[in-house]
Design a protein around this ligand. Structure first.
Ligand SMILES: NC(=O)c1ccc[n+]([C@@H]2O[C@H](COP(=O)([O-])OP(=O)(O)OC[C@H]3O[C@@H](n4cnc5c(N)ncnc54)[C@H](OP(=O)(O)O)[C@@H]3O)[C@@H](O)[C@H]2O)c1
Length: 365
């Protein structure tokens, strides 16, 4: 494979590919976000990104856009920039390596490799065998947007994001009532995260105490599927939003007998698991159901268990700088000592801390 230092134009075009790839956030998972640029003579001729799960890949959309706008064949000196290595297997759509060979692309810049079995490393060999001069850049930006896909492919489970709010004293909730911890800006950002994920997971106490809707009301885009973990079925005879509002909810339980009124509800899917490796098996099942990114929204006991079992990839911690005096307090989970703080952002009196697991941090390089 060609080892070449990127020049300033390569950097601009690669960055553009990363920018447009992110248009797919919230609609392509469990597929990866991918962007593609076709350039010649220091000018962008065409661009495209993967827009929706199961539909055309970035390379296809980019080259389609070229042919829509130009009658001539792709110029010999044209270079393609893609954020992720092109696929070489026929999944929902044909292999992109075949397309690049057919279109006689001669030069390709790739942001990072794809951990999908059968694609990882193999696509690069196919491209080389077909005389497509390829540079694998392994940029941080490309690895960052591919992390959801690459982590889940390697670990055979969804990419797991633990999200919670606590105040500066470490208070997370109240045993007897729902309390607001974060501010209105954080609330909107959390709803943005919900749009970007495939599922939201909560534990039984949170379900019973808060009766949450778990939808995306304050940001653009879809609401994810709700997932409830209720091993003993403590919520099954209760009137709760997630059981009655007409949206889809998956319930993992150990109970073998589910009340008939709930079984009749087509929006509810009950999955019975044994007590062994309950959380791990629930996550594996979500992966099987093609839910690629999950947001674990609480409560504290559940999140602690995810940490104990090292079932997390990222932590999004909202720290509210306000005092909470009254009530029977629930403490926030203690962060794993191996988690790595990546950055923090301030939104008025709330600070958002973003952590990676040791594994993800290492993968990012
Ligand atoms: N600050 C925040 O960001 C935030 C977010 C959400 C909720 N909250 C608050 O948190 C409070 C509820 O939190 P909580 O800690 O009391 O309860 P919780 O985490 O909502 O519920 C406990 C959950 O952990 C499960 N669990 C415990 N051990 C387990 C194991 N070994 N394997 C699998 N599952 C296990 C329980 O299952 P079983 O029931 O089946 O035993 C249950 O689903 C509420 O006050 C809520 O308002 C705060």
């Amino acid at each position: 494979m060609k080892e070449k230092k990127f020049d300033v134009f390569d950097n601009i075009f690669s960055k553009r590919a990363i920018d447009i790839a992110q248009n797919g956030l919230g609609s392509v998972s469990p597929n990866p976000m991918v962007g593609g640029i076709l350039a010649s003579n220091y000018r962008i001729l065409a661009e495209g990104w993967h827009q929706k799960y199961g539909q055309a890949h970035a390379e296809v959309n980019c080259l389609k856009s070229y042919h829509k706008n130009y009658d001539s064949p792709i110029p010999d000196d044209a270079q393609m920039y893609v954020t992720l290595v092109p696929c070489c297997i026929h999944g929902n759509t044909p292999a992109c390596t075949d397309l690049l060979i057919r279109e006689k692309i001669k030069s390709l810049h790739v942001g990072c490799d794809d951990a999908t079995p059968g694609v990882e490393s193999k696509s690069l060999v196919i491209l080389k065998e077909n005389s497509i001069e390829t540079t694998l850049q392994n940029t941080k930006e490309a690895k960052l947007i591919a992390r959801f896909r690459n982590v889940s492919q390697r670990l055979n489970r969804p990419y797991i994001i633990i999200k919670y709010a606590r105040n500066h004293q470490g208070i997370y909730g109240d045993k007897n009532q729902q309390i607001a911890i974060s501010n209105q800006i954080s609330k909107r950002i959390v709803h943005q995260w919900r749009n970007e994920c495939d599922a939201i997971v909560i534990g039984a106490n949170t379900l019973l105490l808060d009766n949450p809707k778990l939808d995306n009301r304050f940001y653009y885009g879809k609401s994810p599927i709700r997932v409830v973990l209720d091993r003993k079925g403590r919520s099954f005879d209760k009137e709760l939003n997630v059981y009655n509002d007409g949206n889809k909810t998956i319930i993992f339980t150990q109970k073998k007998e589910i009340p008939s009124n709930l079984l009749k509800n087509k929006n509810l899917q009950f999955i019975t698991l044994s007590s062994d490796n309950f959380l791990q098996n629930a996550m594996a099942k979500l992966y099987e159901l093609k839910l690629g990114i999950v947001l674990i929204e609480g409560g504290s006991t559940l999140q602690k268990q995810f940490f104990i079992e090292e079932l997390y990839d990222e932590i999004r911690e909202i720290v509210a700088h306000k005092n909470i005096v009254e009530g029977e307090k629930i403490e926030a989970p203690t962060l794993p000592t191996t988690a790595v703080l990546k950055h923090s952002e301030a939104y008025r009196n709330d600070t958002h801390n973003y952590w990676f697991s040791k594994y993800v941090n290492k993968m990012m390089g």
